[in-house]
Design a protein around this ligand. Structure first.
Ligand code: PMP
Length: 335
């Protein structure tokens, strides 16, 4: 146990999250599997880092002035992170989201003080899509900036400058592999670039959910999706600006069932309540650990991201009816 940190600014509570050794996953992999506790950020997800870096970058570039507005098209964790950081810096937040998102998400964003603009769900090519709507709104609003998390590389810079050095220091410079899934790709690309800058031999693996096109892209060069996933926040179909030049050495494809099994085990055996992207990441980290062990490496250490809190998914992942309706296994204690 180390002493808790003292901070003089609430924004300094973002990052510097603990790294925890995961017992069950380590046993399953035959090596050490470490989880970066991003649910410990003020907004309870990894996206607080991107929100902080994107807003600071807009300030430094002189685009965001006192009393200004941050606009983003997102339904989830990024909106929560932006709303919190914007509040702390005195900006307004406008979030554009499709009107088929869960009521909890809308309630959460409204509770944090964000203005919600709801649009009908439509395909990305449609100018009415929530991402394009958010860009137009930012352009039309006086003193507003568009966060543009997918193609604004301030997102991955957050992980190059904070997440990667933290993991490196926490493991005292002894790490063999890192893996996580991609939404915007900011985390995998940023942590990958950051860790490779310390040691180019750290193996960086993409862990892709079903229904995303990146596993195929890194394996064969072709963007091609297979299957489906209910995991929120991950699963990408294109090479975003944040993913460009990401140092991906290898890739795994992980099913929702495999991810859910680790969500259940981490909760029941280790007392961690997480979202599905974390379970998928842990399953990927076990695959990466096994691969490194099979090559004869000794004392292998792999790190991954525990992206957000499971409390955000009480009506979905932790709800028996919802799981049954999706044909997914119901956690035994909920059945
Ligand atoms: N997990 C969750 C729950 C998320 O909200 C996100 C953000 N989209 C990710 C994982 C992936 O992070 P990134 O956008 O950095 O790829």
């Amino acid at each position: 146990m180390t002493m808790a940190l003292v901070q003089h600014n609430t924004l300094d509570l973002i990052g510097n999250t603990p790294l925890v050794l995961l017992k069950g996953p380590s046993e399953a992999a035959g090596c050490e599997i470490w989880g970066k506790c991003e649910f410990a950020n003020p907004g309870a997800s990894v996206k607080d880092r991107a929100a902080l870096w994107i807003i600071r970058d807009a300030e430094v570039r002189g685009e965001l002035k006192p009393g200004g507005t941050v606009v983003e098209g997102t339904a989830g964790n990024t909106g929560i992170g932006i709303a919190l950081v914007a509040n702390a810096r005195g900006y307004k937040t406008v979030i554009v989201m499709p009107d088929n998102q869960s009521k909890e998400k809308m309630d959460t964003l409204r509770a944090l003080g964000a203005e919600l603009v709801l649009v009908p769900p439509t395909k990305f090519a449609d100018p009415a899509h929530f991402v394009h709507t958010s860009r137009r709104l930012a352009e039309e609003t006086e003193g507003a900036v568009w966060a543009n998390q997918f193609d604004n590389v301030a997102n991955r810079k957050a992980h190059i400058e904070s997440t990667a050095p933290e993991i490196w220091q926490q493991l005292e410079g002894r790490i063999d592999g890192f893996t996580c899934a991609a939404g915007t790709g900011g985390t995998i690309a940023g942590v990958g670039l950051g860790l490779k800058a310390f040691d180019e031999n750290v193996r960086i693996a993409l862990t892709d959910p079903h229904g995303a096109a990146l596993y195929s892209y890194y394996a064969t060069g072709e963007l091609k999706a297979e299957g489906t996933s209910v995991a929120e926040g991950i699963g990408q179909g294109r090479i975003t600006a944040n993913l460009e030049g990401a140092p991906i050495d290898t890739q795994f494809r992980i099913s929702d069932e495999a991810g859910l099994e680790w969500v259940a085990r981490l909760l029941r055996e280790e007392g961690l309540c997480l979202g599905l992207s974390s379970g998928i990441n842990v399953a990927g980290a076990i695959e990466l650990g096994k691969q490194l062990v099979a090559e004869g490496r000794q004392d292998v250490r792999v790190a991954t991201i525990l992206c957000d809190t499971g409390f955000r998914y009480l009506s979905t992942l932790y709800n028996a009816e919802w799981l049954r309706a999706k044909d997914l296994p119901v956690f035994p204690w909920l059945a």
